[in-house]
Ligand binder design. Structure first.
Ligand SMILES: [Mn+2]
Length: 461
């Protein structure tokens, strides 16, 4: 593959290819002998001649494997050159770089780029990075004096929060000793548990009294009102959720139009030219992906740019393992049995798996059962750590999963969720207090009855 650059001295293109690139050849075609000698002296291949005369293109053996870029000052000359290139027998790819808003008349196959538009886009990026760099500087100034900095996240931190915390550490040039990640709760969602295990992220479980140990607190993906009056003064807040109440923080960057806090941190990292490791990129990519439901929800250009930046840097096989946790071999038999012992009522699929080794097998299985033909809602239950765990999944158009599960099981344990995914965790002890001893068949029946009662249906086929 060869680039053929048809240009005059001072053309932007001669600056774009200052040295012969290592891969692929570059040939300059120019109309001025002095300029040609200058290019040759600099180590370039160059031919000179009348650019309006087809013979120069024959001499250069221009052909369909070439990529031809044209930039000359005179618009008529541009059109003449393109005309000559139309006569080359095996057609090369041709692009024209124009300036001063001039749009030459070109055949459809020849594409045109405006130098002004290119420059405008590049300068816009540089300007916005300069602005972001100022912000990062302010953030660093606020947090630098702290010997012990606490990076605090929600009670059950999600991938966006965890990734943002790691990114803040990188932006500040700190480590887990001088800037530990802390939460008053713990990670419970199976995917998130897998994420912190695979990426070796440590999250300290905090008690109120632990706060005295820190000289500064930074909140990521969350804001002070979330913690009630539990926190002393907060030093920095970086988040994308709407402000729910007034608060003070020495540094505050809240961007509600962004799909994730990870997006804000990608901009920080890019602005300061920080080295983004594969681990950090993987975390940020996963955070951005889960918070925006794979760019399907509340996504802005900034999110898409962050996604494009992170995609080639992230470890996708790790992401796969976070999204689709492995099924332990022992649980496979339970799943096989559960599939045969299914119950279907209308478009709702029920199955009870019994004792499982890993809790995340249940939502994964519920996801699978949702694929059964004509099924719109799947309810999978099982026993994990002395609890009856119920996982519900539904097609996107079947709403209200969270409400349904809350109605059905809220009185016995914790229950809730979103539109299309929900979960209940009920201590078996609490159930047996109500109903006496229960075997797996009883539990299966209990789950079905509770759900069907709430759905207003009564038959199980
Ligand atoms: Mn978030």
């Amino acid at each position: 593959m060869r680039h053929v650059i048809i240009c005059q001295e001072s053309a932007l293109l001669t600056q774009a290819y200052p040295k012969p690139p290592e891969h692929g050849e570059v040939l300059y075609l120019v109309d001025d002998r002095t300029f040609q000698r200058k290019l040759s002296k600099a180590g370039h291949q160059a031919l000179s001649g009348d650019l309006r005369d087809g013979r120069i293109y024959q001499r250069a053996h221009v052909n369909r494997d070439d990529k031809v870029l044209v930039q000359v000052r005179n618009p008529e000359l541009t059109e003449d050159i393109v005309e000559q290139l139309q006569h080359v027998e095996s057609k090369p790819s041709v692009a024209v770089l124009t300036r001063n808003g001039y749009l030459p008349i070109l055949p459809e196959t020849v594409k045109h780029v405006s130098a002004e538009a290119l420059v405008a886009k590049a300068t816009e990026t540089a300007l916005s990075r300069s602005g972001t760099h100022h912000r990062v500087q302010a953030l660093r100034d606020v947090l630098a004096p702290a010997k012990n900095l606490l990076i605090l996240v929600q009670h059950d931190p999600d991938p966006d929060a965890i990734a943002s915390a790691l990114a803040l550490r990188t932006v500040l040039g700190r480590n887990k000793t001088t800037a530990p990640l802390g939460s008053f709760g713990k990670v419970t969602r199976p995917e998130n548990v897998t994420m912190i295990r695979l990426l070796e992220v440590e999250i300290e479980h905090l008690m109120n009294k632990d706060l005295a140990h820190y000289d500064a607190i930074a909140l990521v993906d969350v804001q002070p009102p979330y913690f009630g009056d539990r926190l002393p003064a907060v030093d920095a807040v970086v988040d994308h959720h709407p402000r729910t109440a007034d608060y003070e923080a020495r540094y505050c960057d809240v961007r509600t139009n962004f799909g994730s806090t990870a997006t804000i941190f990608v901009q920080y990292l890019q602005a300061v030219g920080a080295k983004v490791t594969q681990r950090l990129a993987t975390a940020l990519y996963y955070g951005l992906k889960t918070d925006t439901l794979f760019l399907g929800r509340e996504t802005t250009d900034a999110d898409i740019e962050a996604f494009t930046y992170l995609y080639p840097l992230a470890n996708h096989s790790l992401i796969r393992r976070m999204e689709r946790p492995e099924v332990p071999l022992r649980d496979l038999d339970a799943l096989g049995y559960a599939l045969r012992a299914r119950a279907i009522s209308g478009s709702t699929f029920f199955t009870h798996v019994g004792l499982v080794e890993r809790e995340d097998v249940l939502p994964q299985f519920a996801e699978f059962c949702l694929q059964v033909k004509e099924i719109e809602r799947s309810v999978v239950s099982g026993i994990f750590c002395g609890n009856l765990v119920v996982s519900l999944r539904s097609h996107p158009h079947v709403k209200g999963s969270g409400g349904l599960v809350r109605h059905a099981f809220g009185q016995y344990g914790s229950a809730g969720g979103h539109r299309s995914m929900a979960k209940a965790v009920i201590p078996l002890a609490a159930l047996e207090e109500h109903f006496g001893r229960l075997n797996d068949a009883d539990l299966a029946q209990f789950v079905q009855n509770q759900i069907l009662q709430c759905l207003g249906a009564s038959t199980v086929a």
